[in-house]
Design a protein. Structure first.
Length: 191
């Protein structure tokens, strides 16, 4: 099974993913596991960075699907970006083609909560690229110009894909990571 956790920056994707992995047989593959090593060699957003980041992720997902690994995969996904939609479909392909279940968890929290989370010690320890706090806060704020969550009254490019899989929309602004993980695992067991 592939469990995809998405949402805006600093919403708690990695932290909740870790809690899901700690409470189950899932393994965590968070997006900075590929980003941080590549930043040692290439600037973010350069063709080499983008190509290798994508290739590494696809290969990990292929091997995880082939070995029947239950994987939590977390990443930032602007739901209004057509190129990102193609990328997400490529990420899901190894699990979908193998007939394995794919489920999505969409984390939601207001900007104020995410700005507080942006500077937590465990986030900064796992994500060296976020340690420039002024840049990181700007990145969280800048993400507001994109559609990072689904919501009533708007339909995003991503929703046709999301409609083909199970989706849990979880407001985790007042939930401890372990409580969010418990809700997610209960929801998954209901399938």
């Amino acid at each position: 099974m592939l469990l995809v956790i998405f949402g805006p920056p600093a919403v708690g994707k990695m932290t909740v993913g870790r809690a899901v992995a700690a409470a189950s047989d899932f393994r965590l593959f968070h997006n900075h596991l590929t980003i941080e090593p590549l930043l040692e060699v290439f600037d973010h957003g350069t063709p080499a960075f983008n190509r290798l980041n994508d290739e590494f992720r696809v290969r990990v997902l292929e091997e995880a699907a082939a070995s029947d690994t239950h994987l939590v995969f977390t990443f930032l996904w602007p739901l209004d970006d057509a190129e990102d939609l193609v990328t997400v479909e490529r990420y899901l392909a190894p699990y979908v083609e193998a007939g394995k279940q794919v489920a999505f968890v969409e984390l939601v929290a207001p900007l104020e909560v995410r700005l507080e989370r942006n500077v937590t010690e465990h986030r900064l320890a796992a994500k060296a690229s976020k340690r420039d706090l002024a840049w990181s806060e700007g990145n969280v704020r800048e993400s507001e110009q994109h559609v990072m969550n689904t919501g009533p009254g708007r339909r995003t490019l991503a929703e046709d894909l999301l409609d083909r899989h199970r989706l849990l929309r979880l407001d985790n602004s007042a939930l401890a990571p372990e409580a969010a993980a418990a809700e997610i695992l209960t929801w998954l067991r209901g399938s």
